[in-house]
Ligand binder design. Structure first.
Ligand SMILES: Cc1cc2nc3c(=O)[nH]c(=O)nc-3n(C[C@H](O)[C@H](O)[C@H](O)COP(=O)(O)O)c2cc1C
Length: 177
């Protein structure tokens, strides 16, 4: 199958995740095309069998350019097996309220675009202190402290569960019915 993997990233973790997903699909013989959303202008949907959209949360929002892409291509997306990967740090935690909140954000993102994905999957992202500017470093230390986590601002920390992602994309899209 030809499968598009379109992603938006701010600090790079969703690019890693999208690359991993495209690689996993390609390993199984699919024609996986990895596209940063900024390059995803002209899509010939006739040759596309399925699509993955991936974006990350910043201040409770997914990247606006991914929202615009989903809205522009909502009909083509809804007509195929599609999956939305929403990357966040809340997904790494165990707070049920935060989990409910990120579920709601993802559902609102899709509804606002008029896109009905076959599946929404929450993926844990990363702290990327080495790439944050002063404001982000400060904000993320504050968030970590609120959760009672000690973070070393000199060090990145990755929470993404690569094994779970691999298992997901060893079955999708064949299991999407
Ligand atoms: C300024 C800033 C704001 C963030 N806001 C949220 C948020 O509202 N909720 C959340 O769960 N994670 C939040 N995060 C964590 C990111 O979603 C996480 O670091 C993710 O891995 C970023 O993905 P990216 O590298 O693809 O941009 C925030 C991160 C930064 C730097």
């Amino acid at each position: 199958m030809k499968i598009l993997v379109v992603y938006a990233t701010t600090e790079g973790q969703t690019r890693r995740i999208a690359r991993f997903v495209a690689g996993r699909l390609a390993d199984r013989g699919h024609g996986a095309e990895l596209l940063p959303v900024s390059d995803a202008e002209e899509i010939d949907w006739a040759g596309v069998d399925a699509a993955v959209l991936a974006g990350s949360l910043h201040m409770g929002r997914v990247q606006a350019d991914l929202a615009a892409f989903a809205a522009e291509h909502a009909a083509a997306l809804t007509a195929r097996p599609t999956l939305f990967l929403q990357v966040s740090l809340a997904a790494a935690g165990t707070d049920p309220e935060e989990h409910a909140e990120i579920e709601r954000i993802a559902e609102d993102f899709c509804a606002a675009a008029g896109w009905r994905p076959g599946r929404i999957v929450q993926v844990a992202g990363a702290f990327r202190f080495t790439q944050y500017d002063f404001f982000r470093r400060w904000a993320m230390r504050h968030i970590a402290a609120q959760k009672g986590e000690e973070v070393d601002p000199g060090q990145d920390r990755e929470y993404t569960d690569w094994e779970a992602l691999a298992a997901l994309f060893d079955a999708w899209p064949e299991d999407s019915g």
